[in-house]
Design a protein around this ligand. Structure first.
Ligand SMILES: [Zn+2]
Ligand SMILES: [Zn+2]
Ligand SMILES: [Zn+2]
Length: 261
């Protein structure tokens, strides 16, 4: 088994691809890589497994990828497309197990408000979700098993977002940078030369809170990773055509893609 395996549970933007009631060529595409559920990754190591974000299709993503193990959950932020699958974590809390939930303070407050029934301690029935909240701070590393995760503060409109750097035995294996309009210099410094950069690249046109392809390429040029994978893709980007036009070392992720690091 690889030291760390990343499975893309979802690679789509907030509306998913295809989008409801859209007849554009990408929404009608036969290419399975143009079917994108809401963005999330599942990380497996020899000693622990966890998910980053639980979007609205979390249950379907777990079924599709036959996810059996969940030792923790990590949140980037509380937007609906990243949080609303939370209640399906209940399957991983059977036998009364408490599931560590890592998030920044603003995101944790939102999770506690939206899912108050899970956090208020009043619903301890067997089979209900049992979150064990663990608030994390910008650039302050924490451990899941033998992996060190460092929260990376990102600019994404008015919301507080963390990307995460994943390191093992001092090796910077991957940085997950979704959703984001801008990565501050201190974040770029922290992740420079990472083996794999996974980054928000919504579309070609500019967007107020997400990077477009040009901005994502610019970030990749500053970080100088071994390889770059774009995620959080909208229906304006067909997989095959868009990827063919990207420079060497930059690819577009798709649902079900596995990276073994
Ligand atoms: Zn999003
Ligand atoms: Zn469309
Ligand atoms: Zn967002």
């Amino acid at each position: 088994m690889a030291d760390l395996t990343i499975t893309f549970l979802g690679t789509g933007t907030s509306q998913g691809v295809p989008m409801i009631a859209c007849d554009c060529p990408v929404c009608l595409s036969d290419d399975p890589r143009d079917k994108r559920t809401r963005s999330s990754i599942y990380v497996e190591t020899p000693e622990a497994a966890w998910v980053v974000d639980t979007g609205p299709e979390f249950r379907l993503q777990c079924l599709r990828e036959r996810v059996r193990r969940m030792d923790a959950v990590v949140y980037t932020h509380s937007h609906a497309d990243h949080a609303l699958g939370f209640d399906d974590l209940r399957r991983f809390c059977e036998s009364g197990r408490w599931l560590p939930v890592y998030a920044g303070p603003e995101t944790m407050d939102d999770l506690k408000r939206i899912f108050c029934f899970a956090f208020n301690g009043e619903n301890l029935f067997p089979g209900y979700v049992r979150p064990d909240p663990k608030v994390v701070a910008p650039l302050e590393p924490f451990q899941i098993g033998a992996t060190t995760l460092t929260p990376l503060p990102l600019k994404h409109g008015r919301s507080h977002v963390f990307g995460y750097l994943l390191e093992r035995e001092g090796r910077a294996l991957a940085a997950y940078v979704s959703d984001c309009k801008e990565a501050p210099d201190e974040v770029v410094e922290r992740i420079r030369g990472v083996d794999v950069l996974i980054v928000d690249a919504l579309r070609h046109r500019e967007h107020p809170t997400h990077m477009n392809i040009a901005e994502a390429l610019e970030l990749a040029a500053r970080v100088c990773p071994g390889e770059t994978w774009f995620t959080h893709i909208c229906h304006e980007l067909g997989h095959a055509g868009t990827e063919a036009a990207l420079p060497a070392g930059v690819r577009i992720a798709y649902d079900g893609l596995r990276l073994e690091l």
